[in-house]
Design a protein around this ligand. Structure first.
Ligand code: FCB
Length: 463
């Protein structure tokens, strides 16, 4: 497959997130985020690490941008650390924090790379969590205020904006299973966080639009292809539940302006939503977006279980559902490799919003990478994973789905949340002792892939 097999103008970028790469957590007025606190809880992070240094990107941003330019990326999706802008989540913006992202955006633009900014990739200011975090409606209002202040100061440099990254993870890993910050285990009450995150999206969308009429604003959901292990009614009901919690609970309010009644019922939260998720909230949440970002990694095969499901679970009210391993190849995360699922998730969104442009805002794989005796990282499995998903993207476009771009996860190895540094998703290897970046075989593969297009366009006199 060559890049020219994808439509002209199809965006290919790399994605990262602030807490995973920046380090410098105590510099230039940055406040604590929930991840700074959570990472210090004994046992919370597999290797006992924190994001204090991570990839030291805060001090090496220029070098990292140069690397991306050398690899040939069109775009870079990064996230803004809210506590760098508002240390305690409120009030006037911290200009040092703003400056960091201004310099980043400027250096991207100088290199011909389009900046895509995500406002919330999970680093909530700890001070807001101390006041209840996403369980509180007020956090949504604070988020809109932060969005307005960021757009004020960055709107001249950044056109493409993503409000939230994966509200499913923030709600259910953060407040139900407790695997992610803030590490709370509140069962179905975690769904209140989902509503407040979505309300935050709606309010931020309004704030961004009023400050930047030219901006393109979307949000990013992690969607899964979900199928029942068998045709039995019980397994099909299990699939309905997991599709409901993972996909429909977020897609429906954003794209059709209502919550799925069956999912609220599974959660036992019908009356809370009836009272708190007002018509006005849903109007804000479902206001038109310019694109939907979808993070796609894997599929779930599920079966009905007995009633003894383990708690705390990331699927409150559906703890009994079993996630079945199918014997299909998996990555180091244990996530099944299923490129066709990419089409499934694009179709899910497309059925609800036929005209809406779609972007894959994350896709990638963790493998146990080693530097070999020649100093190289031969990550053939990652190359295969990426190639298969690029082919799936081409197929989705051939089927008529409005897929307009793809961001791979991720530029360089980094702090993989509860896994710490024990999982590497980068196409560039990071030696954490020296902070040396070493492009893996997959980076060379991508670079050649991107280069083919440059050559082809040049040949056609288009570049
Ligand atoms: C996604 C996250 C991203 C990264 C990948 C592997 O859920 O958005 O930060 O951790 O998974």
């Amino acid at each position: 497959m060559r890049r020219s097999d994808l439509p002209h103008g199809f965006v290919i970028g790399a994605a990262t997130a602030s807490y995973q790469i920046e380090g410098a957590t105590r510099e230039d007025g940055r406040g604590d985020s929930i991840w700074d606190t959570f990472a210090r809880v004994p046992g919370a992070i597999a290797d006992g690490s924190t994001g204090d240094v991570a990839d030291d990107h805060y001090h090496r941003a220029a070098e990292d941008v140069a690397l991306m330019a050398d690899l040939g990326f069109d775009a870079y999706r990064f996230s803004i650390a809210w506590p760098r802008i508002q240390a305690d989540g409120t009030g006037a913006p911290n200009l040092d924090g703003i400056d960091f992202y201004r310099r980043l955006a400027e250096s991207l633009l100088e290199r011909g790379i389009t900046p895509w900014a995500t406002l919330y990739h999970w680093d909530l200011p700890q001070a807001l969590e101390d006041r209840g975090g996403w369980l509180e409606r007020d956090t949504a209002l604070r988020f809109a205020d932060y969005a307005a202040r960021v757009s004020d100061r960055l709107g001249d440099l950044v056109t493409d904006w993503i409000t939230l990254n994966e509200p499913w993870c923030s709600s259910f890993l953060g407040y139900a299973s407790g695997h992610h910050a803030p590490g709370r285990t509140l069962g179905s009450r975690s769904s209140h966080a989902a509503h407040h995150l979505l309300l935050g999206h709606g309010l931020a969308l309004e704030a961004l639009r009023s400050g930047m009429p030219e901006a393109r604003v979307g949000t990013t959901l992690n969607l899964y292809s979900v199928r029942p292990a068998s045709d039995s009614d019980a397994d099909r009901d299990a699939a309905r539940r997991i599709d409901g919690l993972s996909n429909r609970l977020f897609l429906d309010p954003v794209l059709r302006g209502s919550y799925p009644a069956d999912v609220l019922d599974d959660l036992g939260e019908t009356s809370w939503f009836a009272e708190h998720a007002t018509e006005e909230d849903l109007r804000l949440i479902s206001a038109p977006i310019d694109f939907l970002g979808i993070n796609y990694y894997s599929r779930h095969t599920v079966a009905a279980g007995d009633d003894s499901g383990a708690t705390p679970s990331a699927y409150p009210g559906s703890e009994q559902v079993q996630f079945v391993t199918t014997g299909a190849p998996v990555t180091q995360m244990g996530w099944e490799i299923h490129p066709d699922g990419l089409t499934d998730v694009l179709r899910m969104a497309n059925e609800l919003a036929p005209e809406l442009p779609l972007y894959i805002t994350e896709n990638g794989a963790a493998y146990e990478d080693h530097v070999d005796l020649n100093g190289e990282i031969v990550d053939t499995e990652r190359v295969d994973y990426l190639r298969l998903h690029f082919e799936a993207a081409r197929e989705a476009i051939r089927l008529g789905l409005p897929l307009q771009g793809y961001f791979l996860w991720t530029l360089m190895d980094n702090f993989e949340w509860a896994w710490g540094y024990s999982r590497r998703f980068g196409i560039v290897y990071v030696d954490y002792e020296t902070q040396q970046r070493i492009p893996k075989q997959s980076a060379r593969w991508i670079s050649e892939f991107l280069g083919t297009d440059a050559d082809a366009l040049q040949a056609q006199g288009l570049a």
